[in-house]
Design a protein around this ligand. Structure first.
Ligand code: NDP
Ligand code: HSE
Length: 450
């Protein structure tokens, strides 16, 4: 026997005579179908990893007559989701939305089932209700797929980093908007054209509001902030701005100044107005320097940086959406929950002991890039600079369009500031907008990652 033979274990790992772990699937759409595929095609490996077979006991859908991928055994389909959850050891919810997903999960927990969900909207709106119910029933609540699809991120933040102190989480957590901004940058498309392309490719839904208005990213930011800072953070606590105001012109100017525009989710510890530590969570488009790793995140990919005291900076990168990538994360949770059924033990409970205050948007301090159209005459730059100085906003750089490119009598100014409080910047912009020599404030964008 070689050294390798001694370590590989038996060819067919034994699952003994253990009864199957019964899995109920709620939802069989983009993600649910791929969950069925993995449960079916990987059955032997999953059984070996769990120590017992996983038996799919039913698949709840809205319309049992609808056409489905052939991987789905039609005999398992049911419209009676409530009845189904009562028959399972592990319930997987990939329906989405608040109701009936919440009631079904609570019913599953009442019946003593472990639950696995990909539902970021529900967790960000009412996660504590699910956690409390799971805790009272002594069952697992897992949700790796709810944030950044296939990327293992929830488990590292919830478990691996729980011995450390996280300072900041920053990244791209919405694939659709990253695709849209990427196409605007690389192909010169406008927002509507890029969204239409994302819809045609199946990234964006027919109603793209949740993605383009930043709700999806804000829900994920709330979940990450709750885990990272041991504090309850809900969707309403997130300062949210989507990408609908980003123009093709903004994207082109970003390129000219050595940046790309990304929709970022940021959650960080900060001192509040009273000096006490709090948590600030925001989602907004931002200029990222072209040489920053986040600038290289193309298409529908996601990437997240986590900065922790002892670990330093960690980067997580991969597919944040799509049926198969998301199903991979769901199955990881199913295996964990099923192992606990077979061998005992439990996954982590909710941890919100720190209960840090959630700070308002104006607690954030970032750098800004302000683009202005001004009269091209002596003294105008001095007036603009005076307003910045008046409001305590320090200039890092100013760039003026070469006169060959500018319209007659009009100069295009791009001002980059040092870090400034949001309230000071807003007051400065209002004052600048009121100057006679200023034709318009074309855009104000935050600069992150420098
Ligand atoms: P889909 O819209 O593709 O699928 C939803 C499924 O839920 C459908 O099978 C639908 O049934 C079923 N359903 C809807 N209402 C009910 C109901 N009342 N009772 C029973 N079943 C119902 O959604 P996705 O698969 O895209 O998303 C599912 C979840 O995964 C969401 O929470 C989403 O946020 C999350 N997620 C999705 C990702 C993705 O890339 N798509 C990535 C990460 C997370 P029917 O088929 O009959 O219409
Ligand atoms: N719509 C999301 C995205 C996928 O584009 O990233 C689900 O979280």
């Amino acid at each position: 026997m070689t050294a390798r033979d001694e370590t590989v274990g038996p060819a067919t790992p034994a699952t003994g005579d253990r009864p199957a772990v019964r899995v109920a699937l709620l939802g069989c759409g983009v993600v649910g179908t791929e969950v069925v595929r993995l449960l079916t095609t990987q059955a032997a490996d999953l059984a070996a990893r769990v120590g017992a077979p996983l038996e799919l006991v039913g698949v709840a859908v809205r319309d049992v007559e609808a056409e489905r991928d052939p991987v789905v055994d039609r005999a398992l389909l049911t419209a009676d989701a409530e009845g189904l959850v009562a028959k399972a050891d592990v319930v997987v919810e990939v329906v989405g939305g608040i109701e009936p997903a919440r009631s079904l999960l609570l019913r599953a927990i009442e019946h003593g089932a472990a639950v696995v969900t990909a539902n970021k909207a529900l967790l960000a709106e009412d996660g504590p209700t699910l956690y409390q119910a799971a805790d009272a029933a002594g069952v697992d609540l897992y949700f790796e797929a709810a944030v950044a699809g296939a990327i293992p991120l929830v488990r590292p933040v919830r478990e691996s980093l729980t011995g450390d102190r996280v300072h900041r989480v920053l990244g791209i957590v919405n694939g659709t908007t990253n695709y849209v901004l990427d196409r605007m940058a690389t192909e010169g498309l406008d927002l509507a054209g890029a969204v239409a392309e994302a819809q045609a490719l199946g990234y964006a839904e027919a109603d793209p509001t949740a993605d383009v208005e930043g709700f999806d990213a804000a829900a994920k930011a709330a979940i990450l902030a709750s885990l990272a800072f041991h504090t309850r953070v809900s969707l309403d606590d997130v300062d949210r701005q989507g990408i609908t105001s980003v123009t093709a012109d903004d994207v082109a100017w970003a390129g000219r100044t050595g940046h790309v525009i990304k929709l970022l989710a940021i959650a960080e510890r900060r001192a509040g107005a009273d000096g006490a530590e709090g948590v600030q969570v925001r989602v907004h488009p931002a200029l990222v320097p072209a040489e920053h790793p986040l600038a290289g995140v193309r298409g529908a990919f996601n990437a997240v940086f986590v900065e922790a005291e002892a670990a330093g900076e960690l980067m997580f990168y991969g597919r944040g959406a799509g049926g198969a990538p998301t199903a991979s994360a769901v199955l990881g949770d199913v295996v964990s929950a099923a192992r606990h059924r077979v061998h005992g033990g439990r996954g982590p409970a909710e941890s919100w002991y720190a209960a840090l205050p959630v700070l308002p948007a104006d607690a954030a301090r970032t750098r800004y890039q302000v683009r202005l159209e001004v009269a091209d005459r002596p003294g105008v730059l001095a007036q603009v600079s005076a307003e910045l100085a008046e409001h305590g906003v320090s200039i890092e750089a100013v760039r003026q369009t070469p006169s060959a490119e500018a319209e007659d009598g009009v100069a295009h100014l791009v001002i980059t500031t040092h870090e400034a409080p949001e309230a000071a910047l807003a007051a400065t912009v209002a004052a600048i907008d009121g100057l006679d020599a200023v034709r318009s404030v074309v855009s104000v964008l935050r600069v992150e990652g420098a």
